[in-house]
Design a protein around this ligand. Structure first.
Ligand code: SF4
Length: 271
């Protein structure tokens, strides 16, 4: 039995996973049919640089430094011929600039030496490039080559778990495998953007904005955190916390009063 904020929405706690997927695809394909990455780029090589740089950094920050970087290094050949110091100077404001400088240079050198200066298609070749892990390779596969790939970043990992699209997925790979199994192939690459954008703006990490979220009718987290049992437990825990705080406050006040009367440590064992 559910007690939503308005006590008016009735949800199905036993909703099947396949129904959650259907509801997820139905909502987003209607309301957000053509989501795109928020990273700015004009070529596969630019997107590859941007995605490598975006690890543990915001797209906003990457978009700020990208124009100068892309203008200086329009091709893998120009980047491969550069120096550590110069590349670093373009990316020093992003997270982990030393490592990312090494990755960019290594990636460009390998593109020139082994792939004719062209971003390769295929997970195996992509993952040979320095700085390119499974997530980055999936992004390039989906965005550049329109492959049915699911890149799992921190937003995709968290949001798919909260909604209940994944069950007990402990790693990005487990998340990817579950999403890939249940999502129709044609929606895999767009679903990546749906989950990222939803996680970035509504289902945020610390406190999800469930009060403005349109997915409450099929979200597992919302169901679980709005049952009467959950709310009662939460109320009881909050009450206990408040009582404890009150008790500590009184003890502190008592200790201060005793200190003033020069009776130190007299309340040490009162708890
Ligand atoms: S209802 Fe809350 S937890 Fe569920 S997807 Fe929306 S914001 Fe996230």
């Amino acid at each position: 039995m559910l007690a939503t904020p308005a006590n008016k929405i009735y949800l199905n706690l036993n909703m099947l996973k396949t129904d959650r997927y259907k509801a997820f695809v139905a909502y987003f394909s209607t309301h957000q049919p053509d989501p795109v990455t928020e990273l700015h780029y004009d070529s596969p090589f630019e997107l590859l640089m941007a995605v490598i740089l975006s690890a543990q950094c915001t797209d906003k920050r990457i978009n700020q430094i990208a124009p100068a970087l892309f203008a200086r290094y329009p091709t893998p050949e120009t980047l491969a011929a550069s120096t550590t110091e110069e590349v670093y100077s373009y990316i020093k404001s992003v997270s982990y600039p030393n490592n990312k400088t090494k990755h960019l240079l290594g990636m460009a050198k390998m593109l020139v030496a082994e792939f004719n200066g062209i971003v390769p298609q295929g997970m195996e070749d992509l993952q040979k490039l320095p700085g390119v892990g499974r997530k980055t390779a999936n992004v390039i596969s989906a965005v550049i080559f329109q492959e049915p790939a699911m890149a799992v970043d921190t937003h995709v990992f968290r949001v798919s778990n909260r909604i209940g699209l994944t069950n007990n997925a402990k790693t990005p790979l487990a998340t990817e495998l579950q999403l890939t199994k249940y999502l129709p192939r044609e929606f895999l690459s767009v679903a990546h953007h749906w989950l990222i954008l939803h996680g970035r703006y509504i289902c945020v990490a610390r406190t999800p904005k469930c009060n403005i979220c349109p997915l409450t009718h099929f979200c597992k987290y919302f169901e679980q955190t709005n049952t009467e049992t959950f709310l009662r437990k939460k109320e009881s825990a909050d009450l206990q916390k408040a009582r404890k705080l009150q008790k500590n406050k009184k003890l502190n006040q008592l200790a201060v009063q005793l200190q003033k009367l020069s009776v130190p440590n007299a309340v040490a064992n009162t708890d």
